[in-house]
Design a protein around this ligand. Structure first.
Ligand code: VG1
Ligand code: CO
Length: 581
């Protein structure tokens, strides 16, 4: 089928700056004439015509509302810009980690390899006609575009005058197969493929599925997985039920929906309500005995929440525990870890493991794009963020199902001799033992969502200003809570990439206390309206007799200091955060 290319006149639209992870706005904003087109063309232009011509692009996402329309728009524009092939996951579904895996691993029937991807997702933000849509570009290594590229994209959106599109008809993305077209510059193919196969194949090379299967099918183990109606559902059935023989009833909300069933697809204690109830959190007595292990994913399946029976594992602990146990429990790591890394606000639990195991260690700004360079340079095997993101160098995105398989591997290894009855080593046992060995990092995050953007900016400006005078800070701290340790250092976090030397400044304000406690303040870069202030609070406890406290109670003096130091209520008018994790 032949197609024609046309040039459409356009003009810049404000506010197309990619945030922590792509461009996220209300669906209605994305549906405005030229909005998506401007961003896509600006991306093509940033990549340069030379690289786009002949390219093989993956286009898919978490299946949220507007994804199917967006795929058709991008396909037409790709054809017009000289792209050679577009690969689309069936029904436009591909989790963010699966996109990364497809870029890195998939080989087309004609030997082709993908050169990049448009991922259509606003991740953990709600979906539906009145909610969010998002788009981001991933590079040839499978990771998010670095700031050098996202800055160029943004610059292009400010000067765009036209974009290219074509009359390629809408492609049926519900059935697997290749549709071929010919245009002015030659052939153009759209290939629709199975969303899960490449990813499942990769997972089987990393983990010992046999031993996980033994755990899952053992009579004294029980399991529950909540996809919150995100794209993880498309993988959960294949992996947990078909491959690992979990029962169907172990899957909660595993049918992907355009609006995530009206929920907020963010796997935390506030939004993953059904799972939290099923796991018996906060209840010492439940009618039905909760499962031994539970986990949840966000909309695009790159996040994970790990729960034990009546027990929550903080993401900062989770990455530290995975790192500490990876070599013995996970075949992919059997020859050792190259290094580990965490984002700045993530607790220092990983630092302690790195030190004790003598591993290279890196602290990067928030957002997965910063881990990619370290991994490409062979410096990092396992990394994580406090925001329920954990992953490794098997791909260049965080990976929700990978994290669950990592935990199941650790449980399988610890229980290899007691699966026929007897007492299991539980998730809680593993975490408590970890604290006893390495000390415990009490940790909490307060999110103030949808705060007036001006007020949020002022609050941050005040903290930046305050940070420069430690004497004043310490007088204030002493006045608020004399029992809290002194602030030894404060700054605005700046990162110099050790591989390419690039600098990322203004990555959050840190107050580092003499006893190792930390307060971090930063503005979210993933929201679509107003501003979200994030406050991260952490306190290290080495004394084994003090590691069993309730974390909110243990942190309450520091919380008080943080709220008063930042004048949170005064600036935002909020007496309490929207979400506490
Ligand atoms: C948040 C998290 C960050 C994460 C990012 C993308 O960013 O804090 O750790 O990498 O979301 O996750 P921010 O700027 O809102 O704090 V996802 O699951 O949206 O791809
Ligand atoms: Co996500």
């Amino acid at each position: 089928m032949a197609f024609k290319v046309s040039t459409v006149q356009s003009s810049p639209i404000d506010g197309q700056k990619p945030g922590t992870s792509g461009l996220r706005k209300k669906v209605k904003v994305f549906m405005q004439p030229h909005y998506l087109e401007n961003f896509v063309q600006s991306t093509f232009n940033a990549l340069t015509a030379e690289k786009v011509r002949g390219a093989t692009l993956v286009v898919s996402g978490d299946g949220r509302y507007y994804s199917k329309d967006a795929v058709q728009i991008i396909v037409k524009m790709a054809a017009a810009n000289g792209v050679r092939r577009v690969w689309v996951g069936q029904n436009s579904l591909l989790s963010t980690p699966a996109v990364s895996a497809v870029i890195r691993e998939r080989v087309g029937a004609d030997g082709s390899k993908a050169t990049g991807a448009f991922i259509l997702t606003a991740s953990h933000n709600p979906g539906g006609p009145d909610e969010d849509f998002g788009i981001k570009y991933n590079m040839e290594n499978g990771g998010p575009a670095p700031e050098g590229i996202t800055d160029k994209i943004y610059e292009n959106t400010k000067t765009i005058k036209e974009y290219l599109t074509s009359d390629v008809p809408d492609v049926d993305i519900s059935s697997i197969g290749v549709t071929s077209f010919s245009g002015p510059e030659g052939k153009f193919d759209v290939e629709v493929f199975d969303s899960a196969s490449d990813y499942v194949k990769l997972m089987k090379t990393i983990f010992d599925f046999q031993s996980i299967k033994k755990l899952i099918t053992s009579p004294n183990f029980s399991f529950c997985y909540d996809a919150l109606h995100g794209v993880a559902g498309a993988y959960a059935h294949r992996i947990f039920v078909e491959e690992l023989c979990a029962q169907e009833s172990a899957l909660l909300n595993c049918v992907p929906k355009e609006d995530f069933g009206g929920g907020h697809p963010d796997p935390n204690l506030t939004y993953a309500k059904e799972l939290v109830a099923r796991m018996g959190l906060g209840k010492s007595n439940t009618d039905v005995e909760p499962p031994e292990f539970g986990a949840a994913a966000d909309g695009d399946a790159d996040r994970n929440m790990i729960l034990g029976k009546r027990f929550f594992v903080t993401p900062s602990d989770s990455v530290a525990i995975i790192a500490a146990n990876a070599v013995e429990s996970i075949p992919y790591f059997s020859s050792g870890l190259k290094g580990v890394a965490r984002s700045m606000p993530t607790s220092a639990a990983l630092d302690v493991v790195a030190k004790s195991l003598n591993l290279k260690f890196f602290e990067v700004p928030t957002g997965w794009k910063f881990f990619g360079n370290l991994m490409d340079a062979g410096l990092c095997s396992v990394c994580g963020e406090e925001s329920f993101g954990t992953g490794s160098d098997h791909i260049r995105e965080k990976d929700g199902i990978w994290a669950v398989l990592a935990w199941l591997s650790i449980l399988a290894y610890k229980n290899k001799d007691n699966l026929r009855g007897g007492k299991l080593v539980t998730v809680e046992d593993i975490v408590r033992k970890h604290w006893a060995t390495y000390g415990r990092h009490y940790y909490t995050r307060y999110d103030y969502e949808n705060v007036d953007a001006g007020a949020a900016k002022e609050l941050m400006a005040n903290l930046v200003n305050l940070q420069s005078n430690l004497t004043v800070v310490n007088e204030m701290v002493k006045g608020i809570r004399p029992d809290v340790s002194k602030v030894a250092h404060a700054d605005e976090f700046e990162y110099k990439d050790p591989v390419d030397g690039s600098i990322s400044a203004h990555q959050g304000v840190r107050y580092l206390f003499a006893d190792g406690s930390r307060l971090v303040f930063r503005l979210s870069g993933t929201g679509s309206v107003g501003a979200t202030i994030r406050l991260y609070i952490e306190q290290y406890e080495k004394d084994p007799s003090n590691i069993g406290r309730d974390s909110q109670e243990a942190l309450s003096p520091l919380v008080e200091v943080a709220l008063k130091l930042s004048k949170m209520e005064e600036y935002t008018g909020r007496s309490a955060p929207t979400v506490i994790t």
